[in-house]
Ligand binder design. Structure first.
Ligand SMILES: [Zn+2]
Length: 501
């Protein structure tokens, strides 16, 4: 994601972090007394920062999302749209499952079938209560930020067993905000929607195990009023089909994808298809309402995408997915996100942001953070690639960019954030980006150019299509360099002061 948010006061950060800990439990899942072997899946993926994001007890293989969306009427009508969806979810139980959860926020479930058999909707049962038969229920606790859909399959699912869940749902779309009050998820705009889910905003538009550790493939069909364009991840699955004033856009994303990287943005886009010299399809969608100045900057940046891909492939490993391209929306969200194969930009795509979001396709998307506290691995790398690109284009060397960061005074609060554990309110603070990039440059100085780039390639190969932690990253660099880097990483990642260089 860009652009980094400003460092807020340390006291405010501490208060917010304390507030985050007070979140209380939502749906409780009771053991089934007659068969203790089958237990409820966890209501979170185990992430300390977002305890209810993702779920336990199963692994999603594929989401097939069939959405119909009506954007808001012209002003002064309220900025609210209408979404209805059918989500077919292929999953495999990873434990003997009595019941399990999905995350879904602000949408009402109308029906659920499990392997074709209908479940009954019930009110959330009391903790410890036994529920008879095939059933589901929803908890929507905005104050506690707990949005859980619980499904009780019958027969129960055995570990290793596959199930197909079909969830019909819908509701009014709004402008949801993250833990910091920043817009994310299905953000309703006057001409459509800008869909950007980091860190756990995908649950605002489909039922999902909303944590990067449960990657899956996607098929997306988005039906919108004729004239609107709906752009998602991957490649088009056939031409758009228009019937009775509605157009269905179909997309296939066959590479493993973390939920926060899913998009289905809708707007008045000019859609262009091209290819890189090596044949990688590029699909750009540019809003026809950008200001002339922003449109000119955007066109110049997007024209560089093929060169940027070649540059990154030369430095690291081949581009990891089947296509690329950018969605540039005339909206008020205010940041860009590296949605997989197809980043989304607010109002303008500048050159630095364009290479940043492209870099995330390797660093963040192919290899994703296993815990949200590891986000410096996304943002540090994407920022460092901005530095490499600046050197490549003759603007400034990476060493000069590094020295600019190291010139921040030692008593500046910039140096007080421990970037390997910044807290749930610290994910997008500027040190995550800039100290993260400085850490990588310092690592390069420590191990040398050969080991530095070999380590990056090893990282991208060992954890391709998967997730990894800061500790995994340290292991890769110790393996590749043969050096003990424990003290180095403790200084750069875990010590709240300016490292000596
Ligand atoms: Zn980023």
């Amino acid at each position: 994601m860009t652009i980094p948010r400003q460092v807020c006061g340390a006291l405010v950060a501490a208060l917010l972090a304390a507030a985050a800990i007070v979140m209380t439990g939502g749906a409780t899942a009771a053991q089934t007394p007659d068969d203790p072997r089958f237990t409820p899946g966890a209501e979170g993926a185990g992430d300390a920062y977002f305890p209810f994001a993702g779920n336990g007890g199963y692994d999603v293989r594929h989401y097939d999302l069939d959405l119909t969306y009506t954007p808001p009427a012209p002003a002064p009508a309220p900025l609210a749209g209408q979404l209805s969806g059918v989500a077919k979810i292929d999953l495999v139980a990873t434990q003997d499952l009595d019941r399990f959860n999905l995350d879904l926020r602000g949408m009402d479930v109308q029906s659920i079938t499990i392997d074709g058999k209908r479940a009954a909707e019930i009110a959330p049962p009391a903790p410890g209560a036994v529920v008879e038969g095939r059933a589901y229920w929803q908890v929507q606790d905005d104050a506690a930020r707990v949005w859980e859909l619980t499904i009780q399959p019958r027969p129960k699912l055995k570990a290793g067993e596959r199930a197909e869940l079909v969830v019909r749902y819908g509701g009014a779309t709004t402008r949801p905000t993250d833990i910091e009050g920043v817009l994310y998820g299905w953000v309703t705009t006057r001409d459509g929607a800008m869909v950007v889910g980091e860190p756990e905003g995908s649950m605002t538009w489909y039922p999902v195990s909303d944590h990067p550790t449960d990657k899956a493939t996607y098929s997306l069909d988005i039906t919108v009023p004729e004239g609107k364009v709906a752009v998602a991840n991957g490649l088009p699955a056939g031409d758009p089909v228009t019937r009775n004033g509605w157009t269905r856009w179909s997309w296939e994303a066959p590479d493993a994808q973390a939920s926060y990287l899913t998009t289905a943005s809708v707007g008045d886009y000019d859609l262009r298809m091209s290819e890189t010299a090596s044949g990688l399809p590029i699909i750009d969608a540019v809003d026809d309402a950008l200001t002339p100045g922003n449109a000119a900057i955007t066109e110049a940046s997007l024209a560089l995408q093929a060169d940027m891909i070649a540059f990154l492939e030369g430095a690291f490993v081949p581009y990891p997915f089947n296509s690329y391209g950018s969605i540039v929306d005339d909206d008020s969200v205010g940041y860009a996100l590296e949605t997989q194969t197809r980043p989304v930009y607010s109002r303008v795509a500048r050159e630095g942001t364009t290479v940043h979001e492209l870099a995330h396709q390797w660093f963040g998307n192919a290899v994703s953070p296993a815990r949200w506290q590891d986000i410096w691995l996304n943002e540090g790398w994407a920022t460092y690639v901005e530095w490499l690109w600046s050197e490549h284009t003759g603007v400034a060397t990476a060493q000069e960019s590094f020295e600019e960061i190291m010139a921040i005074p030692a008593d500046d609060e910039f140096w007080e954030l421990t970037i390997a554990d910044p807290g749930s309110f610290g994910l997008f603070l500027s040190p995550i980006y800039d100290r993260g990039a400085a850490t990588l440059h310092a690592l390069r100085l420590e191990v040398g150019d050969d080991a530095f780039f070999a380590g990056a390639q090893e990282w991208l190969t060992r954890f391709d299509d998967a997730t990894a932690t800061s500790e995994d990253f340290e292991t890769v660099y110790e393996d590749v360099s043969g050096q003990d880097l424990g003290a180095f990483f403790d200084t750069w990642l875990r010590t709240p002061s300016r490292p000596a260089i």
